[in-house]
Design a protein around this ligand. Structure first.
Ligand SMILES: [Zn+2]
Length: 262
């Protein structure tokens, strides 16, 4: 067994001499996966977001176009998940700890001579910390820094696209495709926090007032979406689409990095 599958690009698998000798540090980004360990309904393991970071890395690195390059930092697997308080299995760090961890990685990335840091984030609750922290990274160390966005996948039902935000059809399909043995489809349910035709006033996304919601306010099962519609075949297709757009984003960072390094 070989782990991780992308170890040729995994910085912790390298000797200091090898890292120092990497010829493309001035333009190849270091990728940092930020995830979470938190409840994902009764049918999925709590490590989904941490696991998905590794899944994306394996898929994306296998699809890097010719001429593109990147390296991988050790992942941050526990995130800011206080919205899932009250469900067993949720681990979390504070926003301050998450910020400190990202800054600590960025400081070393800079010290090792890299010029850019790109985050693959698999947990929505990390985003409100990531955006200002990456701006700090830019200001403090001069690194180019950003969150890689995968393009929205095609052929998702409108209801799922609007309110399938956690452990629903998309996320469950991904895990069925990537690690099917970890899924118990017999426990999957459909539970949306709102309906497109009757959105109501208090809901996690696109609400008239931005509420500091907790999962238990809007979902009994912990699912927000239709997990019963998930299939491994959809997951395979959506993972492929997402990985292709992430690989294109990395290639673009490399292109910009090369231009600046010149
Ligand atoms: Zn998730």
């Amino acid at each position: 067994m070989t782990f991780p599958s992308y170890r040729d690009r995994y910085l912790p698998a390298m000797t200091p001499r090898r890292i120092r000798a990497l010829p493309d540090r001035s333009w190849a980004p270091v990728i940092l996966a930020t995830g979470a360990i938190e409840q994902h309904g009764p049918h999925l393991p709590v490590a989904v977001d941490a696991l998905m970071g590794q899944v994306w890395l394996s898929l994306v690195l296998a699809r890097l176009p010719a001429g593109a390059s990147c390296y991988v930092a050790p992942p941050i697997t526990i995130g800011k998940s206080n919205e899932h308080t009250g469900f067993p299995g949720t681990l979390m760090i504070s926003r301050d700890t998450l910020r400190s961890q990202i800054l600590a990685v960025a400081r070393q990335v800079d010290a090792w001579g890299f010029r850019s840091l790109a985050v693959i984030n698999t947990h929505g609750g990390n985003m409100p910390v990531l955006v200002p922290t990456l701006r700090e990274v830019r200001a403090l160390y001069g690194l180019r820094a950003g969150v890689l966005q995968s393009k929205p996948v095609s052929d998702i039902p409108a209801q799922e696209a609007a309110f399938g935000i956690h452990a629903g059809e998309v996320e469950t399909s991904w895990v069925m495709a990537a690690a099917g043995r970890l899924v118990d489809p017999s426990r999957a349910v459909c539970e949306f926090p709102a309906r497109i035709e009757d959105p109501g006033e208090v809901r996690p996304v696109a609400a008239p007032a931005l509420v500091a919601w907790a999962s238990k306010d809007v979902s009994k099962s912990g699912i927000m979406g239709d997990a019963t519609a998930a299939t491994a075949e959809k997951g395979e297709r959506w993972l492929g689409q997402g990985a292709a757009s992430l690989a294109a984003a990395i290639a673009e960072i490399c292109r910009l990095g090369r231009e600046t390094a010149r």
